[in-house]
Design a protein around this ligand. Structure first.
Ligand code: CA
Length: 220
């Protein structure tokens, strides 16, 4: 899962970034509205955490632009308590939820999980695949009741394959889901991650290489 944070309070923004990263999300962060909007229009993200008062373009304008371009992405507004009118306007313009500053960092994680659950996985947060159970909320993988240890990137790749079961994912697509502006991953290293996933999950998965195209996790 990849999240974009646009917030001009550097201290707060960096704290949110760290908290999200510690919870296994790939995160990009911008302090400026214009840069944030550019990132979201040119890259892939699963969710946007957006401040309203921003240099460049303000948060409301960003929401309006995204929704008028029919960009489907869950948006969590983070705003000051006295910005009630702006917050309501933000929701009216198509944001999905909001959080008032100051907030506990754990609350950001809870809201992010709830939003992803609501928008991406509907009701069911656990996905069963052969003898594996993947919990999309806690981002944990169990095999026959035992926890399976995957690295952050291995888990992110496996999650992407699982959410797109029976669909060929190109290396570029896989890279786009795990790379951030500060941590770019070369498509060639995807092979390494995939081979580690195959090794760790061995008989539980049917992960095929589609020559020249990418990888496919098959339900059969
Ligand atoms: Ca601000």
């Amino acid at each position: 899962m990849k999240i974009l944070v646009v917030e001009d309070n550097e201290k707060l923004a960096n704290a949110v970034l760290k908290k999200l990263e510690n919870n296994g999300y790939a995160v990009d962060l911008f302090y400026d509205g214009e840069e944030g909007l550019y990132a979201i229009e040119t890259s892939f993200y699963d969710l946007l955490i957006l401040d309203l008062g921003l240099p460049g373009i303000d948060g409301i304008e960003i929401i309006k632009k995204l929704r008028s371009h029919h960009k489907i992405i869950p948006i969590l507004i983070i705003s000051a308590r006295d910005e009630l009118d702006q917050r309501i306007l933000g929701l009216d313009c198509g944001a999905d939820d909001y959080l008032c500053k100051p907030f506990e960092l754990n609350e950001v994680i809870a809201r992010v999980q709830a939003l992803l659950r609501r928008t991406k996985y509907q009701v069911n947060s656990k996905i069963t695949y052969n003898d594996l159970i993947y919990d999309t909320q806690n981002r944990t993988l169990m095999k026959s009741g035992e926890h399976v240890e995957l690295s952050k990137r291995e888990l992110a790749i496996f999650e992407n394959l699982l959410l797109n079961i029976d669909t060929v994912l190109s290396k570029e697509n896989i890279v786009e889901h795990i790379s951030t502006f500060t941590e770019s991953i070369h498509p060639s290293s995807v092979e390494t991650y995939v081979s580690r996933i195959r090794k760790k999950l061995a008989n539980s998965i049917n992960l095929k290489t589609a020559r020249g195209l990418g990888y496919i996790l098959s339900s059969k």
